[in-house]
Design a binder for this molecule. Structure first.
Ligand code: 1PR
Length: 553
């Protein structure tokens, strides 16, 4: 395939690796716009958006890009904005009230209401084309497809006034309908991430690149917000626990209640279920909505730059076009030479630059929550900006920060036996008939229990700025006996951010059960996918049959 050039607006937006990979995948190369003069030579620009509205506008201004960008648009040359790259085309955002937007489109970006739903809006949703322009070459969005959204702010869709001239599609998220793409003249922009939206997203990107897509100037009647259907889906996530085995090969392994070694009579080796990139690629092809790699031993004995997970991410992100999460060892690190220090935010930055979309933090989230609670108990300001969660959320947005929780049950006779903890009544009594339990958080891959419960952990981490909870359960991990519904339901009620149900999936019915019983936002499994016991397609078909919307890959 010939490699043609596209221009990418480089304003330091963080992770553009996924976009580069997607553009290359469809046969094009990227040249960066790094100075105001570079706008003159550009004939097709992609304007990526990562992070916050204010950060993006400040960066555009600092680079002297605001006027050249407006002039470029006025000249009628094509521009495609993505996510925050769409939002900054509007007048302004409640996210950064002091930073005016580019004002190319009329309207204000507003925060979603989290009293009625989980925020961020994170996952796969439909885009409903709202205008009746008989366009010869409309950007290729399909009403039948789902696209990957991740944002806490959006432009409310009204279908009135100037919106009839530029709104291309709208998307319902619970009780709100937002603009999901705009198209006017030769400006096309999406709130979702085409580069993370599988085949449908690549098709949207390709249609922008390969056609002229000039929308006729006349306004046309637009569909009313009430006509936009709910189409948000539950995400199905494949999780790969990765470590080196005893002969030094990097393998996907799988624990049984976190024990990843075969029994002694089978040799006691680390279980080997395949190669990380190969398996992840298989899951992408089979329709996984997201893939998580957990580096379960953190490779503590080598310089961080040499950690094999960076190369795993680089390779995986070249062939996988759904969100990738990386966990394990996201904290302040000192290299074995004792000299080179990597603050957690830099560790995360290396992962993002290698192709990750989110980082997950396990042990360090527990320590951060402990310090947060202590500051409250001591009457100090609870947020001091020193934790990895705060720093990564501030730099890359909270949607990029997942906390991975490894709890286990501690049975008690009643709440009075654990007054410092959030005790729940259980329908599954303990070994001595105990009717109650609390969920103790652990660190170091479950090897050390701490005096903090899951409720304390997730609420503290949400306050610190985490954007999502990956909720494992040591008692259920690898058992195939179904998710811990009591744990997940309890956490789901405690936070507004998305909760991923993990540990224990054994058959398709377990997935629908956990969604119906707890309203989990995503369902994750490992063992049954690795061992090919249940294909991802069967899980999705079952969810659909149970009335739960999923994405068709
Ligand atoms: O503490 O920030 O370095 O992160 C370490 C990460 O490694 C954490 O996310 C922790 O959950 C993970 N981890 C550490 N040790 C293990 C282990 O298994 N020995 N894996 C481990 C945890 C649990 C799930 C698993 C689900 C689904 N794995 O991710 O994939 O339980 O399994 P199933 O469907 O087979 O039941 P840090």
């Amino acid at each position: 395939m010939t490699s043609q050039k596209l221009y990418l607006l480089d304003y330091g937006a963080g992770n553009v690796r996924s976009l580069l990979n997607a553009v290359e995948k469809i046969g094009y190369s990227i040249e960066y716009i790094q100075t105001a003069e570079d706008f003159d030579k550009a004939d097709k620009i992609i304007f990526p958006g990562v992070g916050a509205f204010g950060y993006a506008m400040q960066a555009l201004r600092a680079k002297g890009f605001v006027e050249p960008l407006k002039a470029y648009v006025a000249s009628g040359r094509p521009l495609m904005g993505i996510c925050v790259g769409m939002q900054v085309l509007f007048d302004g955002s409640d996210e950064s009230p002091s930073e005016p937007g580019l004002g190319i489109f009329e309207g204000q970006v507003k925060l979603f209401d989290n009293s009625t739903k989980t925020v961020p809006h994170m996952g796969w949703n439909a885009t409903q084309i709202v205008h009746s322009t008989e366009a010869l070459a409309a950007p290729a969005l399909s009403d039948q497809s789902r696209y990957y959204f991740v944002h806490s702010y959006g432009v409310p869709y009204t279908g009135q006034g100037s919106q009839t001239e530029f709104v291309h599609s709208a998307t319902r998220y619970g009780d709100e309908v937002v603009v999901s793409s705009v198209w006017k003249g030769s400006v096309f922009a999406t709130q979702f991430h085409p580069e993370k939206s599988g085949a449908a997203g690549l098709a949207a990107l390709k249609s922008f690149i390969e056609s002229d897509l000039v929308r006729p100037a006349s306004a046309s009647p637009a569909a009313p917000p009430s006509s936009i259907p709910e189409a948000f889906t539950v995400r199905v996530i494949a999780c790969l626990d990765v470590r080196a085995n005893d002969v030094g090969d990097l393998v996907v392994t799988k624990g049984d209640q976190y024990d990843v070694r075969e029994s002694a009579d089978k040799g006691g080796d680390v279980r080997n279920l395949g190669k990380p990139v190969d398996l992840a690629r298989r899951y992408f092809d089979e329709g996984a909505d997201e893939i998580a790699f957990l580096n379960i031993t953190s490779f503590r004995n080598m310089p961080f730059k040499d950690t094999p997970m960076l190369e795993v991410l680089r390779q995986a992100s070249r062939c996988i076009f759904v969100p990738l999460t990386i966990g394990g060892g996201v904290r302040d690190i000192v290299d074995p030479d004792g000299e080179h220090m990597w603050p957690a935010v830099q560790v995360a930055g290396e992962y993002f630059r290698s192709g990750a979309d989110k980082v997950s933090i396990g042990s360090d989230a527990v320590y951060a929550a402990e310090r947060y609670l202590k500051r409250i108990a001591d009457g100090e300001t609870p947020l001091d900006g020193t934790t990895a969660i705060e720093q990564i959320a501030e730099r890359y947005g909270r949607q990029a920060v997942v906390i991975s929780v490894d709890p286990r049950r501690v049975y008690v006779s009643g709440p009075e036996d654990a007054p410092a903890h959030h005790v729940v009544k259980t329908a599954f009594p303990g070994p001595n008939g105990e009717q109650f339990c609390w969920y103790q958080c652990t660190v170091k891959g479950g090897r050390e229990g701490r005096d903090i419960d899951v409720h304390q952990l997730v609420t503290s981490c949400e306050a610190l700025g985490a954007g999502e909870v990956l909720l494992n359960c040591m008692d259920k991990d690898g058992t195939n006996s179904g998710y811990d519904l009591e744990l997940i339901g309890d956490v789901k009620k405690a936070v507004k951010i998305p909760v991923i149900a993990s540990s224990g999936a054994g058959k398709p019915e377990h997935f629908s059960e956990v969604v119906k019983a707890t309203a989990a936002d995503a369902v994750l499994a490992a063992g049954i996918f690795h061992r090919r016991e249940v294909p991802i397609a069967d899980v999705k078909a079952h969810l659909k049959a149970e009335g739960i919307q999923t994405r068709n890959a």
